[in-house]
Write a protein that binds this ligand. Structure first.
Ligand code: C5P
Length: 218
């Protein structure tokens, strides 16, 4: 029996992770945060002193990531990297190495291997266009740049980190521009993706919308 996959793709800080994790919990399915793999590769590179443009060395790191997800924490080579993984710097570094085809190829099997019964909710940039191109439901999640910058600002504030909203908005737009303009698996909606703008929706409303779409497909 084919494993059902729901793909949630979209720009930086659009709420993909929150939506995908909530959906997985509601459906009792597995959850793949594909961005974490690119982020972990960036952290592993920094640890090993590998430059972010050394494609062959980065691909070797990506192919053998000593990564463990456990009880909401992420471990890289036995070190708890949960906080380091989420930092803005790590996001930028991940976006710098993500265009490299050998790195993307090295992470492909790892991602596809996460598709297990009863199902998988996967979030990222190319879940619907490349990694799970046959998925029965693909969502392209967006929100205005202002909304996304505001959400990021509140997330940081909750952690006691001060930030500048305008600067956050510029940074996330720069990251989106890089993700959307690269040749390999650029950020874009799959042809058969359903668009969801959650600027004015609560998390629960977004979850319900996707669950309704999923019901319609049964
Ligand atoms: O989603 P997140 O912010 O964790 O992703 C970090 C970076 O990893 C993105 O800006 C993007 O460059 C890259 N990425 C990707 N393909 C994915 C997920 C993330 O290229 N499927």
């Amino acid at each position: 029996r084919a494993v059902p996959v729901i793909c949630i793709d979209g720009p930086t800080a659009s709420g993909k992770g929150t939506l995908a994790a909530a959906l997985a919990a509601r459906l009792g399915w597995h959850y793949l945060d594909s961005g974490a793999l690119y982020r972990a590769t960036a952290l592993a590179a920094r640890q090993a002193g590998v430059a972010l443009d050394d494609e062959a060395a980065l691909a070797r790191l990506a192919a053998a990531l000593p990564l463990r997800f456990e009880a909401g924490r992420v471990w890289l080579d036995g070190r708890d990297v949960s906080e380091a993984l989420r930092s803005e710097q790590t996001g930028m570094d991940a976006s710098a190495l993500a265009p490299l085809p050998a790195v993307r190829a090295a992470l492909l099997n790892l991602q596809r291997g996460m598709a297990r019964l009863p199902g998988l909710v996967a979030d990222g940039r190319d879940m619907g266009t490349v990694v799970f191109a046959d998925a029965p439901l693909k969502v392209f999640l967006t929100a205005s740049a202002e909304t996304r910058a505001e959400r990021r600002y509140k997330q940081l504030a909750a952690k006691g980190i001060s930030a500048n909203i305008a600067r956050l908005r510029d940074d996330l737009q720069a990251r989106d521009a890089r993700d959307a303009s690269r040749a390999a698996a650029p950020l874009k909606a799959a042809q058969d993706a359903l668009a969801l703008d959650n600027s004015c929706l609560s998390i629960e409303q977004s979850v319900q919308q996707v669950l309704d779409w999923w019901q319609d497909r049964q």
